[in-house]
Structure formats: structure tokens, C-alpha cells
Design a protein around this ligand. Structure first.
Ligand code: COA
Ligand code: AMP
Length: 682
């Protein structure tokens, strides 16, 4: 890995002070008041992600120092969460470094999200469902949500689901998805939500791994003007999967009916609302803080997805993050423009806003084209959104369609106090553009997190520094993030020197605890590279403020429109083609999606077909799904390799992106590189 000070300049890292803004991560420095929920002064901003330096240093050391960190999280746990049995111990650490927070505590996530708010919030909107594609928006109060959740939980029980059983969700962005998640949490079933953009074969891999008793799905999803029938994918995936046949609960959407989606129910199928209607009202089950809440699959180096497992202790960190970081008061409105199929959707569309008694906007649509680039601003005006989350890709799309942000002037977005971005590296130009257009009262805050973390890890800014373009700021309390030299394993403290991002153990509550059914892979993938640390799989560096810059993945994953996709999986898929003996899939920079995958492939000697590139694209669409956004496949005569046969993917990637590259001395045939240069027209 190269070590260079010029990277800061290369990535156009710019500093913009925000001295006008008064900001506190916590309202006071005495330990007695440190964790009080923040009372935001709206006019002043209430920007807890921008503390003063001493305040930040105090808070971080309390959250990390052995002895103090236990007290830190214990006091948050006791204050923020309703426990059936309050925990007596904060943390237990196994010899291998894995952690269990609040091991003796019992609680229920759905009770904390719903039941406990009823006395004060029964008629407050819990979920504001806004569909820009179906036109079927509706608001669901806390009372209504609790009714549906407790009856759906009873419905799941009647289908044989008990504590510890898995329930897989393959759902569009509809409130019923949140109902199903919360119902699982209520009875201790482990939900596993699979993003709707994955094709049947990838869905089958996840069904095989999770072995669900029940699958909850819908008859269709809506993608812009297109209606995507889900049931063919569900039925194919169940046939392909190597697991006992599950029951299937199907939501029949009015849009599906209107758009002519017909589906004949099978014997194993149940109707979603019949399940609710016939379900017994079910009370929340007390669960251990270390019982699993859910698994969510994410991509790594190989084609096998990793089932990240999270436990109920997650509730503590999520609730804390709402006030201490996102700066929301209980009862305010949060809009996470993501999908429940991704971790952001789990944490900040469903669980965290409800834990905090907020209204969560559940949005079905795209940032542009449904109907236009004004949709986010329209939503903010309509629901009086106080803070929002989106991906840089979405902001780039909005800017492309509305270069001067004229649409922001047509809508009253004065309720908004901050726009948080994550999911991929945020290019400084996009951040700067929106900071300018939205004005100083709505900072655009880049924060870094992963499926594994479940909540942001980095994203604090010093009050006297503010935004630094290209950086996601300073670590949040609970995260001892360090840059390590991948060869020597030593800590790098000098600015501008690239290294691996690692987090010193133990990890805070809410972080993944293991991989579902595969603790060995968990240890190997995350804990072995840097003993005593969690290896984040990202490379990055510090700047002179101590801010962290996340630059790229160190594994074979790429972030496409904020979605983590494994190039290993894409290569395995391309190699399914009978006439392709070799291929390389690399991430090529894209002005909209950040990075898109491109496949280079070699065709076997006797094949004369002219349509192989199209076949490759269709294969990926059919096996992985459209979400991979693979639109380019190029035939080459050979791939550059080392003498030991390793494909030089980094060289190919640099050529494709017009970056400088160096050929290793071990290259087998340097002339092959000419063919790659030609393929990319460089
Ligand atoms: N079900 C079925 N298909 C889906 C899907 C779903 N849930 N989600 C996406 N797809 C399909 C899309 O229809 C598209 O298919 P196509 O190739 O036939 O057009 C493909 O997957 C890629 O989708 P997407 O990445 O959404 O591209 P797009 O061109 O439709 O939209 C953007 C471009 C920029 C508007 C979109 O990528 C976007 O909103 N990005 C931000 C995503 C985000 O929030 N990420 C952060 C998650 S935490
Ligand atoms: P996922 O688990 O799909 O959310 O993807 C997580 C990965 O996305 C991280 O490991 C990073 O590679 C990338 N990522 C997320 N947020 C940021 C950010 N703010 N800046 C740079 N990269 C990010």
C-alpha cells in the first residue's frame, strides 16, 4: 500500500471552518449530566456532532478507558432503555476478543420502540409512509403500529415461529416491512431482511444460510414506472434453496392489483392482512441483551455473503445516537432515505427513530425521477423533517437534475437542521455544493459506518473546524479508531499516510457480535489481521486535524451507489458462462454512482459468438440482481497476471480510472497491458 502525503491534495481535501456554529456532543461536561438527553435549541442549531475540543476529548476518554467505559454505557443503558431485568454487569469479553454487553439484562426491542411510548404518544405518527411511485402515502400512529405488530407477532407464532427462529423478509419499502421486523423482535424471532434488488439466486443463498421458518414478502415492488413481481423470485429461490420449505406471508398491494400483477396463492402462502386479522395480540417477550435481534447479509471478498448478527444490546447505542449525535429530540421527525434492506434502513428507518419516540419517514421512490429532483425537499416540507440521511449518490443525482438547487427555493425546508451522508466516499465537490445551496443552518455531515457497526462510527467535527471535504471527521464515543500499517501492524499517526482502518477492541454495544452460524469466519475476517483490533476492511488516513478520511476498501468489495457489492461474487457469476475461462471485475469511477463494476473477460478459443458481452451483463442481472448495476463487459485477449497466476486487478482498475500505475516485476507478460489500455480507450 503506498504511503503518500500527496493523497490529501489528490483527493482535493479542503477545510471549511464553521466558527459560527455552536455545537455540543453533550450538553455539559460533568459526569452527572453528561448523558442527559440533549435539549436542542432549534434556532441555535443544536449540532451535537460539532462539539468543542475539550468536551469531545473528555467524552471520548470516558467512553474508552477501561472501567470508565463500562460506567459510560451502563448509565446510558439505564437511562435510555426500559429493561425487564436491568443489567448488573456492563461488559463481558471472551478471550478471543468478542464482546457481550449487558449480559444479565433482559429487554424487548419492540416494547422499547412501541409499548412504552403509548401513554404519551399513542396518536403521534410513528411511520409516515410516503410513496412517490405508488401514490399511496399514509400515516401510522404509535397505537396503530403497536396493534399491527402485536397481532402480526401472534400470526407468526401461529405459523410455528418461536424465539430464535429465523424469519426472512423480501419486501418493498412499505410500512408492513417494519411491522414484520418489529413483530419478530417482539417474540425473539431473528429477522433477516434481503434487499429487493437481489435476484432469486442470491435470495436462495440467503434462504439456505438463514433457514427461515417463514418468509414475509409482497406481490410486487415498484421501481419508477415499473412494477416488479416478487413472487416468481420467491418461488424460484425457495426451490433453489437447500433448507426446509418455509411458510410464505404475502402482502397483496393495491398497486399490484391495479398494475395487473396476478398471483395464485400456493398452499404454503398466507395473506399478510389475514395473518394480522387472525393473529392473537401478543405481549413482548423478555429477551437477553445478547439474544440475536437480526442477521443482515453483506458482501465480502468471496461470493458467500456474510450474515452479520446483531443482538438486542443494539437498542442502547441506537437510542443514544439519536440525541447525542443526530441531535434529535424525542418526538421529532427523521427521514432516512435508504431501504429497509440495508443496515441504514434497519437502524434509522425502523429501530432508532421509534426507540426515540420520533416520526420516521418511510420513503418509497428515488431521489430523482419520482417525479423529479424536488422530491426530498417536498418530503421535508410536508413532514417537517428535522434531520435526514442520504447517500452521496443521491445528492449527485439531485444536483445533476437541478444544478442550481432551484427546487430548494420552492419548498419550505426550514425544519431541517442537518443532512447526514454515508454509504460511500463523499466527494468534496458534492458536499461543498449542497452546503452552499442549503446554507449554514443545514450542514451536510459526512459520517462513516458499515453494516457491521449498525450505527455511525465516525462523523464528529470540531466546532472550530467544521466540515473538511473528503473526510468523515472524528470517531464517535465508543470507537477507538486507528490507522494501522498493514505490513508492520504499527499505528500510523502522521497525517496523509494511508493505512488500514482498525478499531481497538472491545467494540461498543450494537456492533455485530459474530457472523450467523460462522464464528470462525467472523474471527478470520475481522479479528485476525490485527490482533486486538477489528479490521474494518477500509483504507484511510488522518489529516492535520485528526479527522479520518476513508479512501477505499481493502477487500474485493466496491461501493456502488452506496451499496456494498463483492467483485468476487460478480466474477464467480461471469465465470458461469461456458465460454469464459477467465475474467476480472473491477470498480470504475462513475460520476453518478461513485463506482460501477466493469467485467473484462477472455473467451475460449473455439467460441465465435458475438453476443458474449450481453450474455455477461444478463448473467449478472439474473444471478445477482439489477442492484449490481453492471452495464459494461469487455472482451480482451488476455488478462495481466503475475508469474504465479494472480490477476493484476489493481493495475486494470488504475488503467480504467486513468490513474498512474506501476507494473510489478513479477508480471508474466507486460504486453498484455496494451490490450487493457485499448479496452478502456485510454
Ligand atoms: N427491487 C428491484 N429492483 C431494484 C431495487 C429493488 N428494491 N432497487 C434497485 N433496483 C434496480 C433498479 O431498478 C435498477 O434497474 P435497471 O438497471 O433496470 O435500471 C438497478 O437496480 C440499479 O438501481 P439504482 O442503483 O437505484 O439505480 P437507478 O439508476 O434506478 O437510480 C439513483 C440511480 C442514483 C437515483 C439511485 O442509485 C439512488 O437513489 N441511489 C442512492 C441509494 C442509496 O440511498 N444508497 C444508500 C443505502 S444506505
Ligand atoms: P455497507 O456495509 O454496505 O454500508 O458499506 C460500508 C462501506 O461503505 C464502508 O466500509 C466504506 O467502504 C463505505 N462507506 C460508508 N460510509 C462511508 C463514508 N462516509 N465515507 C467513505 N466510505 C464510506
Amino acid at each position: 500500500m503506498s504511503t503518500t502525503l500527496t493523497l490529501l491534495a489528490k483527493h482535493r481535501i479542503l477545510t471549511r471552518p464553521h466558527s459560527l456554529l455552536a455545537h455540543r456532543l453533550c450538553p455539559a461536561t460533568s459526569s452527572a449530566t453528561l448523558h442527559q438527553p440533549v435539549r436542542n435549541n432549534h434556532a441555535a442549531g443544536g449540532q451535537n456532532f460539532r462539539p468543542e475540543r475539550t468536551e469531545y476529548a473528555n467524552l471520548v476518554s470516558k467512553s474508552l478507558l477501561p472501567g470508565e467505559r463500562e460506567q459510560f454505557w451502563m448509565s446510558i443503558a439505564n437511562r435510555e432503555i426500559t429493561w425487564t431485568t436491568p443489567p448488573s454487569t456492563a461488559l463481558s469479553i471472551s478471550p478471543s476478543g468478542t464482546h457481550n454487553w449487558f449480559p444479565s439484562g433482559t429487554l424487548n426491542m419492540s416494547q422499547n420502540c412501541l409499548d412504552r411510548h403509548l401513554p404519551s404518544r399513542s396518536s403521534q405518527v410513528a411511520i409516515a409512509y410516503h410513496s412517490s411511485v405508488g401514490g399511496n402515502s399514509r400515516s401510522i400512529t404509535y397505537e396503530e403500529l403497536l396493534n399491527d405488530v402485536s397481532k402480526f407477532a401472534g400470526g407468526l407464532r401461529s405459523l410455528g415461529v418461536e424465539k430464535g427462529d429465523r424469519v426472512l423478509l423480501y419486501m418493498p419499502m412499505v410500512p408492513e416491512a417494519a411491522v414484520a421486523m418489529l413483530a419478530c423482535a417482539r417474540i425473539g424471532a431473528v429477522h433477516s431482511v434481503v434487499f429487493g434488488g437481489f435476484a432469486a439466486k442470491e435470495l436462495a443463498v440467503r434462504i439456505t444460510d438463514a433457514s427461515p421458518k417463514v418468509i414475509v414478502t409482497a406481490d410486487c415492488g415498484l421501481e419508477r414506472a415499473r412494477c416488479i413481481p416478487y413472487m416468481p423470485a420467491i418461488n424460484e429461490a425457495i426451490d433453489l434453496a437447500d433448507s426446509p420449505e418455509p411458510s410464505v406471508v404475502v402482502l397483496r398491494r393495491p398497486e399490484g392489483k391495479a398494475l395487473g400483477v396476478s398471483y395464485e396463492m400456493k398452499e404454503r402462502d398466507r395473506c399478510f392482512y389475514e395473518t394480522i386479522k387472525n393473529g392473537e395480540v401478543t405481549a413482548p417477550v423478555p429477551l437477553s441483551a445478547n439474544d440475536p435481534l437480526y442477521t443482515i447479509y453483506t458482501s465480502g471478498t468471496t461470493g458467500d455473503p456474510k450474515g452479520v448478527l446483531r443482538d438486542n444490546a443494539h437498542a442502547v447505542h441506537l437510542k443514544y445516537s439519536m440525541s447525542s449525535y443526530y441531535s434529535l429530540e424525542e418526538g421529532e421527525t427523521f427521514f432516512a432515505a435508504s431501504d429497509i434492506g440495508w443496515v441504514v434502513g434497519h437502524s434509522y428507518i425502523v429501530y432508532a427513530p421509534l426507540l426515540h419516540g420520533c416520526t420516521s419517514v418511510l420513503f418509497e421512490g428515488k431521489p430523482v425521477g419520482t417525479p423529479d429532483a424536488a422530491e426530498y425537499w417536498r418530503i421535508i416540507e410536508r413532514y417537517k423533517v428535522n434531520a435526514m440521511f442520504t447517500a452521496p449518490t443521491a445528492l449527485r443525482a439531485i444536483r445533476r437534475d437541478d444544478p442550481e438547487s432551484d427546487h430548494t427555493k420552492d419548498h419550505d425546508i426550514s425544519s431541517l437542521r442537518a443532512c447526514f451522508v454515508a454509504g460511500e466516499r463523499a466527494d468534496p465537490d458534492t458536499i461543498r455544493h449542497f452546503e452552499e445551496k442549503l446554507g449554514p443552518s443545514i450542514p451536510v455531515v459526512d459520517h462513516w459506518w458499515q453494516t457491521e457497526s449498525g450505527s455511525p462510527m465516525c462523523g464528529v467535527q470540531f466546532s472550530d473546524v467544521g466540515t473538511v471535504g473528503g473526510s468523515c471527521g472524528l470517531p464517535l464515543p465508543g470507537f477507538d479508531i486507528q490507522i494501522l500499517n498493514p505490513e508492520t501492524k504499527e499505528r500510523i499517526t502522521a497525517p496523509g499516510v494511508l493505512g488500514s482502518i482498525a478499531i481497538k477492541l472491545p467494540l461498543p454495544p450494537g456492533f455485530m457480535t459474530t457472523l450467523y452460524n460462522n464464528n470462525e469466519r467472523y474471527k478470520k475476517s475481522y479479528l485476525e489481521t490485527f490482533p486486538g483490533y477489528y479490521d474494518a476492511g477500509d483504507a484511510g488516513m488522518l489529516d492535520e486535524n485528526g479527522y479520518i478520511h476513508i479512501m477505499e476498501r481493502t477487500d474485493d468489495a466496491i461501493n456502488v451507489a452506496g451499496h456494498r457489492i463483492s467483485t468476487g461474487l460478480l466474477e464467480e457469476t461471469v465465470l458461469r458462462h461456458p465460454n469464459i475461462p477467465e475474467c476480472a471485475v473491477i470498480g470504475v469511477n462513475d460520476s453518478l454512482k461513485g463506482v460501477v463494476p466493469v467485467a473484462l473477460f477472455v473467451v475460449s478459443g473455439n467460441c465465435k459468438s458475438t453476443s458474449i458481452a450481453d450474455d455477461v451483463i444478463n448473467l449478472v442481472r439474473e444471478h445477482v440482481g439489477p442492484v449490481a448495476s453492471m452495464k459494461t463487459a469487455i472482451e480482451v485477449h488476455a488478462l495481466p497476471k503475475t508469474r504465479s497466476g494472480k490477476i493484476l486487478r489493481q493495475v486494470i482498475r488504475k488503467i480504467a480510472n486513468g490513474e498512474e500505475y506501476k507494473l510489478p516485476g513479477t508480471i508474466e507478460d507486460a504486453s498484455v497491458v496494451d490490450g487493457i489500455i485499448e479496452a478502456f480507450g485510454k
